[in-house]
Design a protein around this ligand. Structure first.
Ligand code: ZN
Ligand code: ZN
Length: 230
């Protein structure tokens, strides 16, 4: 395993600054790898360990970047699964040997690690003289034992082959918008093959700007980029 200081330095570079979240994230991910017996998750020395991990992360904050740095898991490689639960927790899934299969879906052994709510108080107890919370936690989170920072639980995680890194899927075209859909995310409805956005417009995270909004806000570039005609 790379040392804590090396990983923290890499995390600082990746994240843009050093903060308590980086320190907590590096330690959380190092602990996850250690529990799974994965010494070299990025396969720097031992290529056998590379691609052995999928990491579920339950928050998109500072620690998220640190966890990616330690594990080598990347969203763009499908090795990070983001669950937007707003919780400082991550689950490290060892792909090396599935426990068993449920139909087509292998079930893997994994360790879920969550930051303890009491860790902030532990930091206060350790460095009461430091008023700045971030400074206080940065120092304390380096030193406190794992048991003071994290809870751990062994869990089983099913991962369907289509969710795995490297899965090759057919590219399907949405019959309504004409955009391509990967990874079997198409939806069949009333004899049509549709993308998520067309099948369930109410769940879209966006809507087209109206003509009024376009002309109201010249920043949106009403003149330079008018709403394309359909
Ligand atoms: Zn940060
Ligand atoms: Zn569509």
């Amino acid at each position: 395993m790379q040392t804590f200081d090396t990983l923290l330095r890499e995390a600082e570079l990746a994240h843009g600054h050093l903060c308590a979240g980086q320190i907590l994230g590096v330690r959380l991910a190092m602990l996850g790898c250690e529990r799974l017996g994965i010494d070299d998750p990025k396969g720097l020395v031992n290529p056998k360990d590379r691609k052995r991990l999928v990491t579920f992360i339950e928050i998109d904050r500072c620690a998220t970047d640190a966890i990616a740095v330690v594990t080598g898991c990347r969203l763009g490689k499908r090795a990070i699964k983001f669950r937007d639960w707003g919780k400082m927790a991550a689950t490290f899934v060892d792909l090396a040997s599935p426990l068993r299969k449920d139909g087509d879906t292998p079930i893997y052994k994994a360790i879920r690690i969550a930051a303890l709510e009491s860790s902030k108080q532990r930091a206060r107890d350790l460095y009461p003289q430091i008023e700045n919370k971030n400074q206080q936690q940065m120092l304390a989170y380096r030193e406190l034992p794992n048991a003071d920072l994290f809870s751990e639980e062994w869990v089983a995680v099913p991962i369907h082959p289509r969710e795995m890194p490297g899965y090759k899927s057919a590219r399907i075209t949405c019959e309504l918008c004409g955009e391509g859909i990967n990874y079997d995310r198409e939806i069949h409805r009333d004899g049509k093959t549709l993308c998520e956005a067309c099948a369930a417009p109410e769940t879209r995270y966006y809507r087209p700007l109206t003509q009024e909004e376009l002309s109201e806000n010249s920043e949106a570039g009403a003149e330079t980029s008018p709403q394309p005609a359909h």
